[in-house]
Write a protein that binds this ligand. Structure first.
Ligand SMILES: *Cc1c(COP(=O)(O)O)cnc(C)c1O
Length: 431
């Protein structure tokens, strides 16, 4: 054991280890985890927290699930990894078939990527290669909407919100893309898609694809919008000759109440990205799924070679746990479960609306969001939630939960009541 005790290794962590979006010189405290089981995270000091985050959308079946554990243990006995260049294996092929069967009919071709960001990079490359092969070499830009989030690598960053994503830091380095306003839907059934249409009209000769998170924008602002916007977007993409990439890395696998969020709108993308819940939160794996039309388009100039192939592509352990996770989801009454969670979130979070600090409460599927008027002090609020016995990680103006689908009524109530308890006494700063 290189460390004497918990505070010793915590100290090493603080001095040597980067965490997501943190400073090395002024790190925020981290809570040491010993284990996790079901919806509970056990800290090193023995305290147990009810988890409201599902480890960022991923652990939909809860932690330490016997069937997912068994899938991995069994796969380890035959092979943990094998290169995917020139070789193939049943775990990957089985997963491809599950993804093709689960998604809309036109989506037939699967690229297994090693993280969500990579899946988005691959989607962008596919879109650009598609137009290149048709002789439209100028169509290399993307059009997206404000407050989106599509990952942290440079290509993905270029389509994240340019303010939230701090594009100014990387100016000259990031490709400049086109941005339309965040989708808004009005009471009379209309939307603000006219601005996006203007950009499509003006720049259609440069735009390869529109990329957007359907129905719920995740990390960029937890914004929920109407299916009509997506229906209009699908028509506009066809009208102006632009591909539609849907990023369902957060919303995929039933989170919004349908297996994929695009089903709310009854549309089909040309390219679909999934990740996060794909392996039930066990391993890093994502996929880019493409229509046959797009695949044939890439091959139109004779080459058809997609320029991507990571070392750990289609890792068998990740594929097998994804297969087990999808089976588990399909064998569960998932639709009913998400409806129950949605109803309970609506009933229990709505009272937050009356607190002075609260600007908006919104719920979609197994996602509950409380938006505040001001940014929270994350460190203090995080500690308050831990003291309440729950794991909820607020950021900026947002306090939100996306619980495991297996959470029971009492544990979910504990999450919502601790949000009420902590937000109720907060008052606006006088300024
Ligand atoms: C998390 C996320 C990504 C990035 O996935 P990583 O696995 O973190 O690289 C991309 N798009 C959306 C919508 C996400 O929520």
């Amino acid at each position: 054991m290189p460390f004497k005790n918990t505070s010793d290794w915590l100290d090493y962590d603080k001095n040597h280890l980067w965490h997501p979006y943190t400073s090395m010189s002024d790190p925020l405290p981290c809570y040491p985890v010993e284990s996790a089981q079901g919806v509970r995270i056990k800290l090193a000091d023995g305290r147990e927290l009810i988890d409201g985050m599902s480890s960022w959308w991923a652990a939909i079946h809860g932690y330490n699930h016997p069937l997912l554990n068994a899938a991995l243990e069994q796969q380890i006995q035959s092979m943990s990894h094998i290169m995917f260049g020139g070789l193939t294996h049943l775990p990957a092929v089985t997963l491809a078939k599950k993804l093709v069967d689960l998604t809309a009919e036109p989506l037939q071709h699967v690229f297994l990527a090693d993280s969500g960001s990579v899946a988005v990079e691959v989607a962008i490359k596919i879109a650009i290669q598609y137009w290149y092969a048709q002789g439209q070499k100028n169509k290399q830009k993307l059009l997206t909407v404000r407050n989106g989030y599509h990952g942290d690598t440079l290509g993905c960053m270029s389509v994240c919100d340019h303010v939230n994503g701090m594009h100014s830091l990387f100016q000259g380095m990031l490709p400049e893309q086109f941005f339309a306003p965040q989708p808004e839907c009005f009471a009379d059934g209309t939307t603000n898609i006219d601005v996006l249409e203007k950009q499509l009209f003006q720049h259609q000769s440069e735009i390869a694809a529109v990329i957007i998170e359907p129905i719920v924008q995740g990390a960029g602002g937890m914004h929920i919008y109407c299916p009509q916007y997506l229906q209009q977007l699908r028509l506009l993409c066809d009208k102006y000759g632009v591909l539609l990439i849907l990023d369902e890395i957060a919303t995929g696998f039933a989170r919004t109440g349908t297996m994929f969020a695009y089903e709310h709108a009854g549309i089909v993308p040309d390219i679909l990205c999934v990740g996060k819940a794909l392996t039930g939160g066990y391993m890093t794996l994502a996929a880019t799924i493409t229509s046959t039309e797009v695949v044939q388009g890439i091959s139109a100039d004779g080459s058809g070679v997609l320029m991507h192939g990571p070392t750990f592509m289609a890792n068998p352990l990740a594929c097998q746990v994804a297969n087990a996770s999808i089976d588990l989801l399909l064998a569960s009454p998932w639709k009913h479960r998400i409806e129950e969670i949605e109803a309970q979130l609506k009933a229990e979070l709505s009272s937050c609306q009356q607190y002075p600090m609260v600007k908006d409460v919104r719920v979609k599927g197994a996602i509950g969001v409380v938006e505040l008027h001001e940014n929270v002090d994350m460190e203090t609020m995080q500690a308050d939630f831990v003291a309440q016995g729950v794991w909820i990680r607020p950021f900026n103006k947002l306090v939100y939960i996306m619980p495991h689908y297996i959470i029971d009524k009492n544990d979910l109530s504990k999450l919502t009541s601790s949000i009420q308890h902590i937000l109720k006494p907060l008052t606006l700063k006088a300024n």
